[in-house]
Write a protein of this length. Structure first.
Length: 292
């Protein structure tokens, strides 16, 4: 027997849906057969037909069959959507999120597996129906989940207690953190006040120092300007003095030369020169006599 890879309960649900689908497929085929039979009974009453009459009958048959098949396909699509809706609704009650892979719907290997499963299930169901016409009743979906629900509730209660314990621990830590924060804020405010006072004193000292520096700078600039002016004046005075000194030296030299010239022209100078000449001669004569 072909298996679909699901548990027994879900496989029974699949079998139930396949029976429903087989029934609907049989009804659709019967409807199509009736369309052809109606055409035979209503239109095929003569022995010969023209081409236009045959085309008209086939067009009418095509329209009726097309409408019936389209209606059945649409109904099948809506039926599948309702089936998925039931499955998704049951999954959402357990906070599950189901996923579908549309590409597997055209997998020929899987389709062949489903066909074999249907064939084997149809054969076995026919054998069961001939042997025992009573069908087994499937267990309701909600009854099988009570145990799981109890386990889930117990697990959630345990998690809730853990969360409550953790919450109390966090509240204690938060209270201690708030107290520490208050202490730090108070210390910060005190420090800011001290820093504010120090800053004001520092600003006052800086202002006084800046005023002193500005006054010293002004005085230095004034002294520098005065010194520069005095230096310039002294340099000019020195140059003038040098010129005057050179001029006086030149005048003194000229006066000495004139004085010497005038002194040489006087009688006293000539007499003194003659006396000095005689004295020199006498000295020379005495030196000769002494040497002898």
């Amino acid at each position: 027997q072909a298996e679909l890879g699901v548990n027994e309960h879900h496989q029974n649900e699949v079998v139930s849906y396949m029976r429903f689908a087989r029934f609907k497929r049989g009804m659709c085929l019967k409807t199509v057969d009736s369309c052809f039979q109606d055409l035979k009974d209503s239109r095929l009453v003569e022995e010969t037909f023209t081409v236009d009459e045959v085309i008209d009958m086939l067009d009418g048959l095509q329209s009726v069959v097309h409408s019936e098949v389209e209606s059945e396909l649409i109904n099948t699509t809506y039926t599948n959507v309702l089936l998925l809706r039931q499955l998704f609704s049951q999954a959402e009650k357990w906070y599950l999120k189901l996923q579908t892979d549309v590409s597997d719907l055209e997998n020929r290997e899987l389709l062949h597996q489903v066909a074999e499963f249907e064939k084997s299930e149809y054969t076995s169901s026919n054998e069961k129906s001939t042997a025992d016409p009573v069908k087994p009743k499937l267990a309701p979906l909600n009854e099988g989940g009570s145990e799981l629900l109890n386990k889930t509730v117990a697990h959630l209660q345990e998690e809730n207690e853990k969360l409550k314990t953790r919450l109390r621990t966090i509240e204690t830590q938060a209270t201690a953190a708030l107290d520490e924060k208050s202490k730090l804020e108070k210390s910060l405010r005190d420090l800011q006040m001290i820093q504010g006072d120090q800053k004001n004193n520092a600003n006052q000292d800086i202002t006084e120092l800046e005023n002193k520096v500005a006054a010293l700078k002004s005085q230095f600039e004034k002294t520098l300007n005065d010194t520069t002016a005095n230096q310039k004046f002294l340099e000019e005075d020195l140059m003038t003095t040098k010129h005057d000194l050179l001029k006086v030296q030149d005048q003194l030299s000229t006066a000495e030369k004139e004085l010497e010239k005038k002194f040489q022209q006087t009688a006293a100078y000539r007499n003194m020169k003659e006396i000095l000449t005689r004295k020199n001669e006498q000295i020379k004569d005495l030196r000769r006599r002494l040497s002898k």
